[in-house]
Design a protein around this ligand. Structure first.
Ligand SMILES: Cc1cc2nc3c(=O)[nH]c(=O)nc-3n(C[C@H](O)[C@H](O)[C@H](O)COP(=O)(O)OP(=O)(O)OC[C@H]3O[C@@H](n4cnc5c(N)ncnc54)[C@H](O)[C@@H]3O)c2cc1C
Length: 432
């Protein structure tokens, strides 16, 4: 029960990783917090690949490795560059516990339940329609049926964040800055997964997929092993999807038929098909994260590191940092924008904004040189290995010379110079 009917210290909107991490941090410090989730239960609407990362997850749930519903511990990370029919894969294998595959429907529900145990007042099946503003400060939320009031509202409502838009913290997201992701969960026998991916029962493999049906498009594919299923999907920037006039489902179907993917899922049955948006704008597109009485966390604040497939960790840590700021604000009885800006400072000092800043020029470079980096060089990598592995009675020297010559004949020298310049510029911005 709340101390005062319909009034609490903090309202958190959205029970994804950001919202739950935020709410549980507040509750553990003795603050009164209401967590509102529109789904039938936390996680019922959430879609991802995917893997959660041990270190940041432990900051919120220290015992999650033994208590949470995790699927498989990642022991191998593959980077697969698919050509039209061939592929080159780099595999990194290490027997550690740096990440786990999870099914969000199960994991988010467990996490929200942990929050409840910590004292969070969880309201499910309830959509927050509007924020309530008084004297230039957010003072609560309006759901379909009632109004809830609080000293601070934290928006953890995900990539679309209609609420942040409503109060002018952000504009409509440009279709260049968002990817549409589709994925299938394909059921396979546990032993079949173990044998095909060369792992034991609790061990798993992550595969990042480049090229294939997405050659030349700003898109990435992914494959994760779960206990008795495999998640296969891809995400493509929305503007490219619209321009290509091909549905994401068709791209996924083509990916499933690629000779390097098809044998891994052969005989599997479709268990789930879903689609979700991913914020891709990066550092330059982060909206305003703070105003009087309100903070924005997780995907709602564009806090995603797309190159590394990191989202849940940025969500959880931004949620935690917003909670810590809210605790200080409540202790000082100051809910002003100035006070809550401490949250932005905390983000800047953490890996969240440091990493996003590191890749601030990545998307611009990818948009401007995508045919080079996402098609031409991928094909060339596969062509190199085709040349290197072929046994055709042609002297090796001629093969090597032919390959090098093809680089200069297939691509204009000026384009090669531009590619080199783009790589150097990107490296410069990443490393300095
Ligand atoms: C296909 C795919 C694969 C991914 N793979 C990975 C991966 O492997 N690893 C990784 O770390 N990240 C991955 N991500 C990114 C990751 O899923 C997100 O970054 C992360 O879920 C963001 O958490 P969040 O809490 O900010 O938002 P969400 O998880 O989107 O949660 C928002 C919540 O708010 C609720 N909500 C929204 N509006 C309202 C409202 N008005 N009222 C009440 N409730 C509301 C929603 O129902 C939802 O539960 C992937 C994303 C996708 C789409």
């Amino acid at each position: 029960m709340l101390k005062q009917e319909n009034k609490t210290d903090v309202i958190v909107v959205g029970a994804g990783p950001a919202g739950v991490a935020c709410a549980i941090t507040l509750a553990r410090s003795g603050k009164e917090v209401v967590l509102i989730e529109r789904g039938l239960f936390a996680g019922s609407k959430n879609v991802f690949g995917g893997a959660i990362y041990t270190q940041p997850t432990k900051e919120i749930f220290p015992d999650f490795e033994t208590t949470a519903p995790v699927e498989r511990r990642t022991v191998q990370h593959n980077f697969a560059i698919l050509g039209e029919v061939d592929s080159t894969t780099i595999s990194y294998r290490k027997n550690d516990n740096s990440s786990y595959s999870v099914i969000r429907g199960k994991f988010d529900r467990w996490a929200a339940n942990e929050a409840k145990k910590a004292g969070v007042y969880l309201v499910e099946e309830t959509v927050v329609r509007e924020l309530i503003k008084e004297k230039n400060k957010i003072i609560g939320v309006k759901t379909e049926l009632e109004k809830f009031y609080s000293d601070i509202v934290i928006l953890a409502d995900g990539v679309n964040s209609l609420l942040a838009k409503q109060i002018g913290l952000r504009k409509d997201i440009n279709t260049k800055d968002i990817a549409l992701s589709v994925k299938e969960v394909i059921k396979l026998d546990k032993d079949v997964i173990n044998q095909r991916f060369n792992v034991k029962d609790s061990e798993g493999v992550i595969t990042e997929i480049f090229g294939g049906s997405m050659l030349g498009l700003l898109g990435l594919g992914f494959m994760y092993t779960n206990k008795d299923s495999v998640t296969l999907g891809l995400g493509i920037t929305l503007n490219e999807l619209v321009d290509s006039k091909i549905s994401p489902y068709e791209y996924l179907e083509q990916l499933k038929q690629h000779p390097s993917i098809a044998p891994l899922i052969e005989g599997g049955t479709l268990k789930e098909y879903s689609a979700h948006l991913i914020p891709e704008g990066g550092y330059k597109k982060i909206p305003k994260l703070v105003d009087n009485g309100v903070m924005v966390v997780g995907d709602a604040g564009m806090l995603v590191n797309n190159l590394h497939w990191e989202g849940t960790n940025l969500a959880m840590i931004s949620g935690k940092l917003a909670a810590e700021t809210a605790i200080e604000a409540l202790n000082n009885n100051d809910f002003s924008k100035k006070m809550l800006s401490l949250y932005e400072n905390k983000l800047k000092e953490s890996f969240v904004l440091k990493d996003m800043k590191t890749y601030k020029d990545l998307m611009d470079t990818m948009h401007s040189r995508k045919m080079a980096f996402l098609s031409y060089y991928f094909k060339k990598i596969n062509a190199f290995f085709e040349m290197f592995t072929s046994v055709n009675s042609i002297p090796k020297k001629e093969n090597f010379r032919g390959f090098i010559k093809s680089i200069f004949t297939d691509r204009k020298p000026i384009e090669l110079v531009k590619d080199c310049f783009a790589v150097l510029k990107l490296l410069w911005s990443i490393l300095l």
